[in-house]
Design a protein around this ligand. Structure first.
Ligand code: GAP
Length: 516
């Protein structure tokens, strides 16, 4: 556990040191749960976005991409249910004046019961050595039994309060379990109340003409309200999908774990419109397709798993998360939801406009059902950083830190390195750079020893380093060094483009999604 926390700390500081992620407005001490992407982060983010966008719009003839506005008519959020139900239960400690999510305080308390049991198991495992039978120990040890029973009772009570939206009971649980404020250490709590997560602002210049609007908390609604526009202008036939990427905003109360939970983040969402009755078939289709998209990156199949929802939103008839093994455990990076006809029907009701599809094959009109795939770009970014961050001890004891980012997504694809800063090598290197820069992002570096330059490129995940030496001037060959194996090969300049193009191409990733 401590090792994983240490790894996470290292990833965060590496991100900053190498220009991936910076705290927002850092010179003013930052802004909670808001981050900026640096020169390498922006490249990586754009590459992930391109991989997602191409997988949706190139591989599926029936998926069209749009880019809708962040500001939307406020009734959109009434129709979607966000004005009334996009809430977190909040509680304040009167002594520290700190605010918490009541459900998170209780979840953290539940986790304490788990770690108590784990400690008992660890102690016993040490005592009994090879003969230790964990299952038998948990079934017979009185302390473990008592602890587990208390945990179970608390969990049942908590789930009932949460599902029943019983705020008084949530507070009572906090009191009964003697949960203290981590800052003041006291149990001096306020009532629990609901807090809406949407940010609001005003549109219009005069106070009487101004209208309260929201920053969108999801991009999906921009797709629903454009359903008819895209269907008609694109002559789309069901089944078809609409995809978009863009910023979303949520006033998260418990914002932590770096870019995992942010107040301003980016989503990549696709709504797939189908005939009523066919939604579960398409749900399964997208579930499998999206998992293949993740696994094609080669970070390790075991790092992903599905987590089907036990409790479904009232409008959904199936839902699953794709989780990735972060340094802080398996966590949701993408949701796949079967949303029935809830959104389109609701917009039809609130707007008074008919939002239906005439199906020529069935000779009837209906409100399509929807399968949604919704992935957070920032969480995807974090999964790639966490999955690719590696420390390797080299012969001689040096440690190299390398980001084994899938080559097609790497911020810099090729580093061009003249061995020395003289003898015409920089000029030759520039000549090669001028040739390759039309294919992909190249970086020229002539400062420091070649070893130091390799380490710098390893740290930002550059898959190929090309070294230009004195022989290059006569034999037109260069040394190509491969990031993951550190092996080197001598190749002619003319062969370079071909060798590299294939390995760096997004095409190979996309083909894997189709072929798996
Ligand atoms: N339209 C459906 C929707 O928005 P969601 O589960 O609330 O569903 C979808 O969000 C994805 O957006 C999540 O799986 C996650 O990757 C990302 N996401 C949600 N809240 C986030 C936050 N505060 N910070 C970063 N990413 C977030």
């Amino acid at each position: 556990m401590a090792q994983q926390e240490e790894l996470f700390r290292k990833i965060i500081s590496h991100s900053k040191e190498y220009g991936f992620v910076f705290p927002s407005s850092e010179i003013y001490d930052g802004l909670g749960a808001v981050y900026d992407y640096g020169q390498n982060g922006a490249e990586l983010k754009n590459n992930i976005k391109r991989y997602w966008w191409d997988s949706m719009t190139l591989l599926n003839e029936n998926v069209a991409g749009i880019d809708s506005a962040i500001f939307m008519h406020p009734t959109v959020w009434k129709a979607s249910g966000h004005v009334d139900a996009f809430n977190d239960p909040l509680i304040d400690n009167k002594d520290s004046k700190k605010r918490y999510r009541a459900d998170v305080l209780i979840e953290e308390h539940l986790a304490k019961y788990d770690s108590k049991t784990e400690k008992e198991i660890e102690k016993a495992a040490k005592r009994f050595g090879d003969s230790f039978d964990e299952q038998k120990f948990c079934e017979t040890n009185p302390r473990v039994i008592e602890n587990q029973a208390k945990r179970q009772a608390l969990h049942t009570r908590f789930a009932k309060a949460l599902n029943g939206n019983d705020l008084e009971e949530l507070r009572q649980i906090i009191i009964d379990e003697e949960i203290v404020c981590p800052v003041s250490g006291t149990r001096n709590w306020t009532e629990v109340r609901q807090f809406n997560l949407m940010f609001s602002t005003e549109i219009g210049s005069t106070s009487d003409g101004a209208m309260k609007i929201y920053l969108r908390p999801e991009t999906a609604q921009g797709i629903f309200v454009n359903f008819l526009n895209v269907q008609k202008s694109g002559r789309m036939k069901i089944p078809f999908g609409i995809a978009q990427t863009g910023k979303a905003f949520r006033n998260e109360i418990v914002a932590r774990q770096f870019i995992f939970r942010m107040r301003e983040f980016e989503q990549m969402e696709m709504q797939f419109f189908v005939r009523p009755g066919e939604e579960l078939k398409w749900f399964e289709h997208w579930k499998q397709t999206r998992m293949r998209w993740h696994k094609a990156l080669g970070l390790g199949d075991k790092k992903y798993r599905f987590h089907d929802h036990d409790k479904l939103a009232h409008y959904a008839n199936a839902a699953t998360d794709i989780e990735f093994e972060m340094p802080f455990g398996f966590k949701e990076i993408e949701g796949i939801h079967s949303r029935t006809d809830f959104d389109l029907s609701s917009h039809e009701k609130y707007s008074g406009k008919k939002i239906q599809y005439f199906d020529p094959e069935q000779n009837q009109s209906y409100t399509p059902y929807v399968i949604e795939t919704s992935i957070g770009l920032d969480r995807m970014f974090l999964s790639i950083l966490a999955g690719s961050y590696t420390e390797e001890t080299l012969e001689g004891g040096d440690v190299r830190t390398v980001l084994k980012i899938p080559p097609a997504l790497a911020p810099v694809k090729i580093a061009i390195l003249p061995l020395v800063k003289k003898d015409g090598l920089p000029e030759k290197a520039r000549e090669i750079m001028d040739r390759l820069k039309f294919n992909c992002h190249c970086q020229y570096d002539e400062k420091d020893s070649i070893g130091k330059r390799y380490r710098r490129q390893d740290a930002i995940g550059t898959p190929y380093c090309i070294t230009i030496d004195h022989d290059t001037l006569t034999d037109s060959a260069v040394t190509i060094r491969f990031r993951d194996t550190m092996s080197q090969e001598r190749v002619t300049v003319s062969a370079l483009e071909e060798i590299i193009a294939d390995k760096l191409s997004m095409k190979n990733l996309l083909k894997q999604i189709k072929n798996q």
